[in-house]
Design a protein around this ligand. Structure first.
Ligand SMILES: [Zn+2]
Length: 224
C-alpha cells in the first residue's frame, strides 16, 4: 500500500439529489489521486477499475456517497475485499506513510507466496495493521477460484518484472564490470529512489527491498 493525498473538494456528483459514485468526475479524480494504481495491490495503469468503499456501505447511503470512503481499486482486490474486510488502514490520511507498517517481499519464483509481515514496533493501531495484513495477503496470494488463480499468476509475474529491474540496478551498483563515475552511481541511486515514489508500481515492495538490504540501504538512504 502507498499513501495518497485526497483533494478537499468533493466531486459534484456526490452531492445534490442524483448522486453517482461511479461518475466520470469521481473516477478521473480518483485516478489522478491514486496515480492510476489499485490502492491495495499497487498494480499500475489498471483498466479493470472499481470504486471501492473502504468502509463497506451495505446499503448505507452516507457511506456509499462519502468522498472520504471512495478508493481506486482493481477488480481482483475489490472482489477479495468485498464487505468482509473492515477496519483497514486508510492510505489517504495526511502525513501517514502507510507503507511503513507492513513489509512486502516478492519471492524469486512465482510458485511461492508474496510475503506480508508486520513491521516490528508497529504503531498503536495494531488491530487495523493486522486486519490490513490479512487483506493484502489475500489480494496478493488468493487462488481460490479459476479467475483468481489466473489473476494472481499475472499479478506476481508483473511484480517480479519490476523486482528483477531493481536487482539488475543493485548488481550494477555493487558488482560493476568496470569502474563507475560518481555521476553513474548517482543516476542508479536516483532510479532506485524513483521506484519508491507513490507514482511507481508496487512502490512499497521496493522501499522494503532497499531498506532490508544492508548494502542498498547504505547507498540509497531512508526511502520512507
Ligand atoms: Zn488490486
Amino acid at each position: 500500500m502507498f499513501s495518497v493525498s485526497r483533494p478537499n473538494t468533493v466531486p459534484q456528483s456526490l452531492t445534490g439529489t442524483n448522486k453517482d459514485y461511479r461518475s466520470e468526475e469521481v473516477l478521473l479524480t480518483l485516478k489522478k489521486m491514486f496515480h492510476g494504481k489499485c490502492y491495495l495491490c499497487e498494480r499500475a495503469n489498471i483498466s479493470d477499475i472499481q470504486v471501492e468503499h473502504l468502509d463497506p456501505h451495505q446499503g448505507d447511503l452516507i457511506k456509499k456517497f462519502n468522498w472520504n470512503n471512495l478508493f481506486y481499486s482493481c477488480s481482483r482486490c475489490n472482489s477479495i475485499k468485498s464487505h468482509t474486510h473492515t477496519n483497514i488502514l486508510d492510505c489517504s490520511i495526511a502525513n501517514h506513510d502507510i507503507s511503513h507498517y507492513l513489509i512486502l517481499e516478492c519471492p524469486l519464483t512465482n510458485n511461492r507466496d508474496i510475503k506480508v509481515t508486520v513491521r516490528e514496533n508497529s504503531p498503536s493501531t495494531q488491530q487495523s495493521v493486522n486486519l490490513t495484513l490479512m487483506l493484502l495477503d489475500e489480494c496478493y496470494n488468493n487462488t481460490s477460484t479459476g479467475i483468481r488463480g489466473i489473476s494472481r499468476s499475472e499479478l506476481i509475474k508483473d511484480i517480479q518484472r519490476y523486482s528483477f529491474q531493481l536487482q539488475k540496478i543493485k548488481n550494477e551498483l555493487l558488482f560493476p564490470t568496470e569502474p563507475l563515475a560518481q555521476s553513474e552511481i548517482d543516476l542508479k541511486i536516483e532510479k532506485l529512489k524513483a521506484m519508491c515514489s507513490p507514482q511507481f508500481a508496487y512502490s512499497a515492495f521496493w522501499k522494503w527491498a532497499i531498506t532490508l538490504d544492508e548494502d542498498l540501504s547504505e547507498l540509497v538512504g531512508n526511502v520512507f
